[in-house]
Ligand binder design. Structure first.
Ligand code: PMP
Length: 333
């Protein structure tokens, strides 16, 4: 279905980060996913998942959309449920930002805030969502991690849009992975058009994909406060993704970049966007001058006002940016 708010999903601007690009002598472009109606890149996955479920008959009039989510996907699904007349039941771990949970409630979702537990625990939000959907007549479990309609959204949407917006002048695509749908789908679409496009994962600490991409072994180290990214398993959406290499970006650098983007580019985005831009800048600096690197501005900063933009929270977590410049890009790698 493509009427109503669904029509406003995608076709986002590709913003040149001009201050950053001037500083490093390479063009860094950010896909402005925070401008989607649900405020994040996850609108795309949600739309493709709901469309596929309607087409297969898994979701029909009077049905219920069920999902376990760090928040963004639930927010997108709740809006689509409202547009199309479904109920939404959203399981969220209790370590996610209060702003996202409040938005879910405002949007009318039936929100189940559950203890943040490892995936191996049967009470993890993912398993609870699946169990609830199985027991509820007319319910459709969106399953953004294993449902490859997620990655298809980026094969058909994000990737071709970036190709058109750069007129094919793109040397690298860099992104973090939550489900992996954005990175895998966009990389597939870009490499279909030019196999030379470099696809790079930028992984937060605590995620196992950095080790997986570079040496084939799922191994995690450290931890991260960033929401919606990093994972310790290979999802169906990430499996087989044509990713050339992975780099790691620490929280303090991701957050320093998030603040820098606000102060110097006028872009108010969340921590995963800061991490993506920090990763994109480092990859750009490893490429010849004049290269073009594209990344994703996943969501807006309002969702993290009480954390990433709160001095007391930042101080408490040892993450208050030390300087106003871009020294952090080269001081640590
Ligand atoms: N940033 C944020 C804020 C997210 O919520 C997510 C998805 N959980 C991502 C980035 C990563 O997107 P994907 O699931 O496509 O890997």
């Amino acid at each position: 279905m493509n009427v109503g708010v669904s029509q406003a999903i995608g076709r986002t601007p590709l913003i040149e980060l001009s201050a950053l690009s001037a500083h490093i002598g390479r063009r860094v472009l950010g896909k402005a996913e925070f401008l989607n109606p649900g405020g994040s890149v996850k609108d795309r996955a949600a739309k493709w998942i709901v469309d596929a479920a309607e087409a297969s008959g898994a979701l029909a009039a009077g049905g219920t959309i069920v999902e376990g989510t760090a928040g963004s996907t639930g927010i997108s699904l709740a809006l689509l449920a409202n547009e199309r007349g479904y109920r939404s039941v959203i399981f969220v771990p209790d370590d996610q930002s209060p702003e996202k949970i409040a938005l879910l409630r405002t949007f009318g979702a039936d929100v189940r805030v559950v203890p943040a537990l490892p995936f191996t625990n049967a009470q993890n939000y993912y398993h609870l969502a699946r169990g609830f959907a199985e027991q509820t007549p007319g319910a459709m479990w969106a399953d953004q991690f294993e449902n490859t309609a997620n990655r298809q959204a980026h094969i058909e949407g994000t990737g071709p849009e970036i190709w058109r917006q750069t007129a094919g002048d793109v040397d690298a695509f860099v992104a973090a992975a939550g489900t992996g749908g954005t990175l895998a789908g966009t990389a597939i679409a870009l490499k279909e058009r030019n196999p030379e496009v470099l696809a790079v994962l930028c992984d937060p600490m605590g995620s196992a994909l950095f080790a997986y991409v570079n040496d084939g072994e799922l191994r995690a180290q450290g931890e991260s406060e960033l929401e919606g990214i990093g994972i310790k398993r290979v999802t169906a959406n990430f499996a087989g993704a044509p990713v050339d290499r992975a780099i790691r970006v620490e929280d303090r650098d991701a957050i320093a970049m998030t603040h820098w983007l606000l102060a110097h580019e006028g872009l108010f985005v969340g921590g995963s966007s800061g991490l993506n831009v920090a990763g994109a800048a480092r990859i750009a600096m490893s490429l010849p001058e004049g290269s073009t690197v594209v990344t994703v501005l996943c969501d807006g900063g309002q969702r993290y006002s009480s954390r990433l933009f709160d001095t007391a929270w930042l101080q408490e977590h040892g993450l208050l940016p030390a300087a106003n410049g871009l020294e952090f890009l080269t001081q640590r790698t």
